[in-house]
Design a protein around this ligand. Structure first.
Ligand SMILES: Nc1ncnc2c1ncn2[C@@H]1O[C@H](COP(=O)(O)OP(=O)(O)OP(=O)(O)O)[C@@H](O)[C@H]1O
Length: 239
């Protein structure tokens, strides 16, 4: 069962197709996410998870289908217009500028809506950032870069966060810290769509999981049913 009856989802994606140039990558993504939910996209390498996030953000050369965010149709919107609706994107490559200080990196994305976290609130979530404010981006560890990448999006006022592989390549203790942060953000009412290949991490933070295969959503699992659905997931993910 792929469809889920949810009252009015914050975001509803229907039959989303996307291309990079001539390459047709997404062949019909259907998903929805309710306000305050944490949902993951799971799938093998190359399945189209990153492309799904980039398509929602308007960052592919062509996309068709329907993406309603807060009731507004955004399929014809630019990335900037989508960001203004309160959507923030944390890319896998993090996008921290090596030659800028932590403070400069933190303040780089403009505030797009009221309700963004203050610097103080960001330092409460990520104490390391406060300690490194004057350091250059190049001096940060992978974990610190990730916290900065997430922190600066929280500053913008975005309420729907699209996060790509937050835990990739990070030490277990940092992964735990990021998990605790996501749970804290969920408590504060943020809505999060997360591409994740660390399956156990996904289990610790998410309400539901969509499985992406060859540019399509092929299944959906509630986190509460995850253990019981493991044989099925293993077939999809080859884990
Ligand atoms: N800029 C691009 N131009 C052309 N093809 C691309 C581009 N980026 C990704 N692709 C292709 O799109 C397909 C889906 O890639 P995508 O990065 O969305 O997968 P993914 O599920 O996120 O996997 P991974 O975990 O490997 O990043 C792959 O076949 C990839 O080679």
């Amino acid at each position: 069962m792929l469809e889920r009856a949810s009252a009015t989802p914050l975001m509803a994606v229907k039959n989303l197709e996307a291309w990079y140039g001539e390459s047709h990558i997404l062949h019909g993504i259907d998903l929805d996410i309710a306000e305050g939910e944490v949902v993951t996209l799971l799938g093998r390498n190359g399945a189209g998870k990153t492309t799904a996030l980039r398509s929602i953000m308007g960052m592919v050369s062509r996309r068709t289908g329907s993406i309603r965010i807060g009731g507004k149709q955004t399929i014809g919107h630019t990335s900037r217009q989508i960001a203004r609706l309160g959507v923030g994107y944390v890319p896998e490559e993090r996008g921290i500028y090596a030659s800028l200080t932590v403070k400069e990196n933190l303040h780089l994305p403009p505030r797009i809506r009221p309700g963004g976290l203050s610097d103080e609130q960001i330092f409460e979530l990520f104490p390391n950032i406060r300690e490194r404010l004057a350091s250059h981006g190049s001096k940060l560890s992978g974990g610190e870069q990730q916290m900065l990448a997430l922190g600066r999006i929280l500053r913008t006022g975005a309420q729907l966060l699209l996060c790509d592989e937050l835990t990739e390549g990070l030490a277990p203790v940092i992964v735990q810290q990021i998990g605790a942060t996501l749970r804290a953000l969920r408590q504060r009412g943020f809505t999060i769509l997360l591409v994740e290949s660390n399956f156990r991490f996904a289990q610790g933070v998410a309400d539901r999981h969509y499985i992406v295969e060859q540019g399509r959503i092929v299944d959906m699992v509630d986190n509460d049913d995850l253990e019981h659905s493991l044989p099925r997931l293993n077939r999809y993910l080859g884990v």
